[in-house]
Design a protein around this ligand. Sequence first.
Ligand code: ADP
Ligand code: MG
Length: 555
Amino acid sequence: MTIRVLAPELVSKIAAGEVIERPASVAKELIENSLDAGASQISVETQGGGVDLVRVADNGGGIPASEVELAFRRHATSKISSLEELGSIRSLGFRGEALPCIAAVAEVEVLTKAESDAVGSYLYLRQGELARRESRARPRGCTVTVRRLFRQVPARLKFLKSGNTENSHVATVVSQYAMAYPEVGFRLLLDGHVSLHTPGNGLLRDVMSQTYGLDVAQAMLDVENSEAAIRVSGLVSPPALARSNRRYLSFFINRRWARSPLLVRAAEEAYHGLLMEGRHPLVALNVSLPPEEIDVNVHPAKTEVRFSREQAVFSSVTEAVKGTLHRTPVATTKAVSFSASSYREQSTWTVTETEAAFVAPLPAPGLPALRVMGQLASTYIIGEGPEGLYLVDQHAAHERVLYEEIQAQWSRHKIEVQGLLQATTVEFSPREEQIWEANKEKLAQFGFAVEPFGGRSYLLRSVPATVAGTNIVEALRTLLEAIAGMETTPLEEKIMQSLACHAAIRAGQRLSNVEMAELIQQLERAKQPRTCPHGRPTMIHLSSRQLEKEFGRTG
Ligand code: ADP
Ligand code: MG
């Protein structure tokens, strides 16, 4: 093929592809512009999951009438003007790409007024071209409305998820920036439903109460290392409050929301030894350092940041969080953890202290009768069988047992439900609420009776019996996260796996011989005893022959 230069229209669509991936990217770019314009109130609205409409309105400085058209030209920016300035960026935007990129893949309306102008300007752009322009009244500020996103880019449209999922991404972006800028009031309306409304009073804790709920907000601990050169400030969870994924770790670098594996590791390092395996803290931290020491021009969507002194940043964050955690007595943090009534650390098994547990041999396909010899590292059950030694992963094994139990109930249309004597309140995050909305019928079939209780509060009246007696609020949260992930797994499958995983005994839990014997017995009865529901092995087998070989007993 001959080499040729691409047509400008194609170039702009390709560039747009890097900046605008989904409705949430539109929201992110527009919010960043509003923040750069010094707004103290920002409202974000979506319709049709953001595909039909994303609108961001602010009360910032606005764009002067003489410059509005220019703002939609590629590489047109008011934020930097020289190469030196690229090395010390203080604004969120600087590439002059967002507005033209959005206009290349959607229809855009802008209504804005700067202080210096008597009247506002209204522009309507279609296919990146100006289609209409007139003067209209508006108080100082800027409203950008983006309609029919990707209508001309079917390849992109195809990759978008359901309206609820896209809305949940928008909710994440808004929640993050609300946490980065507590002095700014954010209002989020998702398909007609107020999903977030922050007071803009400068208190991160108040924003967090809106995003993660009052319980969490009250339990969070302050981090502040005011004397350090690399300043770290924000809120982190006490060790008693943790989640099963890393979605609740938010980092801002000079108040820019950024994904940073380095900062995640640095913060988690401070919790070393304080959290159980697979548990993660909730964190919202801002790291501020001289702009010369970071490079934000790494990614077109500006979601990555490079540090010139990685090690120094890492230890500043670890030390700051450690300082907070070690100042706080463990006992008091426990008291403010999740609804104490449903918290349990032990499994639901009845423990009777008898020694020596022989497991009656059962005709179980795939798994021979095992004699329990003991427990290793509070995590594995050591068993002896006719064919050698077996090491059973207690969590994976219990997960398999519970999973098959729920599966059997589901196929009999008889999910066992546990009503709660006292309804428990759950405060959903905007994202959780979206996931809940999209899947509530199915979750009700599995035994979750949840009623709206004003705002994002809900009343939990019953749960599947499998998770009764555990921390049920956490069971529900973990479940919602599981539903949102693993796109290819069928919904029912995801629910059953998540319930089983949540309710299963954890690694690190000491078990009596009777408990171990009971678990092994249940596992023997399972249809597929050798793998957990996710397909990982439940056990390792060292055959008698292998043992003989290892010890050089075979000739
Ligand atoms: P960048 O943010 O990188 O400068 P954009 O394409 O996002 O590029 O915006 C171009 C310019 O339009 C900005 O530099 C700014 O001057 C102006 N602008 C965009 N949005 C707003 C807004 N909400 N309020 C005031 N000015 C804005
Ligand atoms: Mg911008």
